[in-house]
Design a binder for this molecule. Structure first.
Ligand code: FE
Length: 138
């Protein structure tokens, strides 16, 4: 299993990431930050399309696996196969499973086991870590 510290296909220095990411994207994707609940325009968006990594553009989630978790963060019950890597996050006195992009290692959020069928998973994702491409643009 890959972790954030492994070598990913796309590797950049903090300075290089800062040159291509907005400060709020850098904070989440590269520094494991968390956006304030309810602030993402993706939170209540259910348009058809694909959510890609805000860092490297890798397709991570699709609109058909998105659902309203009521948490204030965009939530999915699955991911595009192979797009996501996980690692154990023991910060904030909790043990959580961290979710990150399998291509650039960018931090996306966490996955919990209280999601809906068929997976029972809840991918709790920072909207700022994603970019959305509506179906008509793909
Ligand atoms: Fe990525």
């Amino acid at each position: 299993m890959k972790t954030s510290k492994d070598n990913f296909e796309i590797v950049k220095s903090d300075q290089e990431w800062q040159e291509i990411l907005r400060p709020e994207q850098f904070d989440v994707l590269r520094k494991h930050g968390t956006e304030i609940a309810g602030t993402s325009p993706f939170n209540k968006q259910y348009r058809t399309g694909t959510y890609v990594c805000g860092g490297c553009g890798y397709p991570l989630f699709t609109s058909d696996i998105k659902y309203n978790s009521g948490t204030g963060w965009p939530s999915f019950y699955d991911s595009i196969k192979g797009a996501i890597a996980t690692s154990v996050d023991q910060s904030l006195f909790m043990t959580r499973k961290e979710v990150h992009c399998s291509r650039c290692g960018g931090h996306l959020g966490h996955v919990f086991s209280d999601g809906p069928a068929p997976t029972g998973l809840r991918y709790c994702i920072n909207g700022v870590s994603l970019k959305f491409f509506p179906k008509e643009d793909i």
